[in-house]
Design a protein around this ligand. Structure first.
Ligand code: IPM
Ligand code: MG
Length: 358
């Protein structure tokens, strides 16, 4: 069986980290006897430079014809002067919508070897934490009507948030199902004391909660959730929330691990295809210098193996290799912290992980 994987390397460190993940996938393919075929497509600034648009139709078609998609990162100062519709980031929203990827899984897990890197006090993270943020990805204010008009004070801009029961139900169901496979705790985050969309969100989640009596369910307002995350992250297991709140809370949660260069993500829809990418961005400041941490992308490849192809043993093999390399003391510059070791490069880190896979 052949597995077709579309590669959207994108900008900045995107190409370097995707190359690392591809070498890991090839190693896994050889070890377990799978035939992974990789085809690159342009996206973001790279597509703007080559074709004048951030998301070419050929890229969408290529992804739709693939079994799965890996994304590096998009954007950089070179394209910052462009207006809304033409920016590299637009391509991200476009590809999420085109592939119907409404469920975004963003794990924020404290790696035991990197506990010292968390900005939280040692006693708050002593027991570790492992949070899964389930962010709605194709609706809400990101995709609502927007524009300019004349208001009470003259020219104004507006963005609107809309959520249908159908959209809330499908992300809610995804979150309850994930909670059932983990510790059966789910927190839904909204702003139901102010927003109408949040009141519909909450009402819909409560209806779903009745279908999942085994799941310990709670509602939190987003401001409280932001505070609780830094006060006691361990209280959370699965968090489900809207596109905008999920964008903000997932950055907060990821920073609590002290290692944004370590965190993977998966975007899923109704098919098994999905898109897998690191949580971090294109890091233009270190692009092309072989300094990037490839681990988040390598762990995204592991997520792909598990979710898109059902290869749990293969995914576990990658995760164990990453743990072993960290335990052996190898660190890229972003996770070196106060460790004595000297930083290893992107390719050195990749080589160590390949060695550990064997
Ligand atoms: C993310 C990013 C994107 C988002 C941007 C780059 C459009 O911040 O994936 O979290 O807001 O969704
Ligand atoms: Mg974000």
């Amino acid at each position: 069986m052949q597995y077709k994987i579309a590669l959207l390397k994108g900008d900045g460190i995107g190409p370097e980290i995707i190359d690392s993940a591809v070498s890991v996938m090839e190693c896994i393919g050889a070890k377990f006897g799978h035939d992974f075929q990789f085809t690159p497509y342009l996206i973001g600034g790279a597509a703007i430079d080559a074709l004048g648009i951030p998301l070419p139709q050929e890229t969408i078609d290529g992804c739709l014809a693939s079994d799965s998609v890996m994304l590096g990162a998009v954007g950089g100062p070179k394209w910052d002067h462009l207006s809304g519709e033409q920016r590299p980031e637009r391509a991200l929203l476009g590809i999420r919508a085109a592939l119907g990827l409404y469920t975004n899984l963003r794990p924020a897990k404290l790696f035991p070897a990197l506990r010292g890197a968390s900005p939280l006090r040692a006693d708050l993270v002593a027991a570790g934490f492992d949070i899964m943020i389930v962010r709605e990805l194709t609706g809400g204010i990101y995709f609502g009507e927007r524009g300019y008009r004349t208001g009470k004070y003259g020219e104004e801009a507006y963005d609107t948030e809309a959520y249908s029961v159908t959209e809330i139900e499908r992300i809610g169901r995804a979150a309850f199902e994930i909670a059932m496979k983990r510790s059966k705790r789910l927190a839904s985050v909204d702003k139901a004391n102010v927003l109408e969309t949040s009141r519909l969100w909450r009402k819909t989640m409560h209806r779903l909660a009745e279908e999942y009596p085994e799941v310990a369910y709670q509602d939190l307002f987003v401001d409280n959730a932001a505070m609780q995350l830094v006060r006691d992250p361990q209280q959370f297991d699965v968090i489900v929330t809207s596109n905008m709140f999920g964008d903000i809370l997932s950055d907060e949660a990821s920073q609590l691990t002290g290692s944004i260069g370590m965190l993977a993500s998966a975007s899923l829809g109704d098919t098994t295809r999905g898109m897998y990418e690191p949580i971090h961005g294109s890091a233009p400041d270190i692009s092309g210098q072989n300094k990037a941490n490839p681990i988040a992308t390598i762990l995204s490849a592991a997520m792909m193996l598990r979710y898109a192809f059902g290869f749990s043993a293969e995914a576990q093999c990658i995760e164990d290799a990453v743990d072993a390399v960290l335990a052996a003391g190898f660190r890229t510059a972003d996770i070196i912290g106060d460790s004595e070791a000297s930083a290893c490069s992107c390719t050195e880190m990749t080589a160590e992980i390949l060695k550990a896979i064997g």
